[in-house]
Design a protein around this ligand. Structure first.
Ligand code: AMP
Ligand code: ZN
Length: 308
């Protein structure tokens, strides 16, 4: 799919409008995003990855309201009370809205809670909490969505998330990681990837917050307790400060990112001509012989054997 430049209406915000007008404009923007970028069709079986937070709950609500065929997919990360509360909210929302909920539990999938898994890895390699969590979520949500025969996977990523990720990759000189940016990431060349899309791509975090508050969705607004030190948080604070001095800076950055994407794809895809293989251990799609998640699992196992 070509990443088209967004029309002006997608870059506008009506955060200051009265509630009725705000709701109408917000819903219009999400609908327009889906249609303009052809993110999904009524024929799709869509799994919506729902965390219990405002963004994914809003995504699920709106896709259903717009008439698409949706189910909810929740991964219980087993991060103590925080995960328990998220699960309760997800269950409540799905029950109230008559949406089928598919639950995955990390202990069943990986044999351990995220905290346990992470602490073992971090004694071996220097990787951040969020990087490990991101890998686990991405891998398991894709696997489950595929097993459930979903044709699309929707996530609640919003404008702020996308701009933060782009800046993080830019600062770390890892722009090749931005290849899957854009409202639809039709992941390269493996049938094992369920195409992902982001209906809230042009909605700021503040807009989604206001929408979810007006709608009184049962959601958790606090961030994950393990992410307090993250690089992403620092970038977020920086961007929010800048937005006060320089309104719409995030919209401008996203516009630049979408203009850059075809160039980035040309540059990095030509370099990375290698095929997408299946991981030797789990069979999931991977560029290397062993996928990143299995490499981490191996580290945990190595440590267990060393201790014996
Ligand atoms: P995050 O990586 O926490 O910023 O979340 C980005 C998106 O991933 C959310 O909007 C959800 O769609 C999805 N997601 C995050 N955590 C979970 C979870 N525990 N279960 C299912 N989906 C999730
Ligand atoms: Zn693997």
């Amino acid at each position: 799919m070509k990443q088209r430049n967004p029309p002006k209406c997608l870059l506008n915000s009506s955060l200051d409008s009265p509630p009725d007008k705000f709701i109408k404009n917000f819903e219009k923007k999400v609908k327009k995003t889906i249609e303009y970028y052809q993110l999904c069709s009524p024929k799709d079986k869509i799994m919506v990855a729902i965390s219990g937070g405002k963004d994914s709950t809003t995504t699920l609500y709106l896709l259903k309201k717009l008439g698409y065929s949706v189910e909810a997919l929740h991964l219980n990360l087993l991060i103590g009370k925080w995960s328990q509360r998220n699960l309760e909210k997800v269950k409540q929302f799905c029950q109230e809205n008559q949406i089928k909920l598919q639950n995955i539990n990390l202990r069943e999938e990986l044999g351990a809670s995220l905290c346990f898994f992470r602490s073992h890895i971090q004694t071996k390699v220097k990787v951040s909490n969020c990087l490990i969590c991101g890998l686990v979520k991405k891998g398991l949500l894709n696997k489950k969505a595929r097993e459930l025969k979903a044709t699309k996977l929707a996530t609640g990523h919003n404008l702020d998330d996308e701009v933060e990720t782009f800046l993080m990759n830019l600062i770390k000189n890892k722009l090749s990681l931005s290849l899957t940016a854009g409202p639809l990431s039709n992941k390269l060349s493996s049938k094992k990837f369920v195409p992902r899309f982001k209906p809230l791509y042009f909605c700021s975090s503040q807009e989604v917050k206001r929408y979810s508050q007006i709608k009184k969705f049962p959601v958790i607004y606090e961030p994950c307790p393990c992410s307090s030190n993250s690089f992403r948080r620092k970038i977020r604070e920086l961007l929010n400060k800048e937005e006060i001095k320089n309104p719409k800076v995030k919209q401008r950055i996203i516009k630049v990112l979408l203009e850059l994407l075809p160039i980035l794809r040309k540059k990095y895809l030509r370099k990375k001509k290698e095929k997408i293989n299946s991981c030797l251990f789990c069979g999931e799609p991977s560029r290397k012989k062993v996928c990143k998640l299995c490499q981490l699992i191996q580290k945990v196992q190595e440590e267990k054997t060393e201790k014996k």
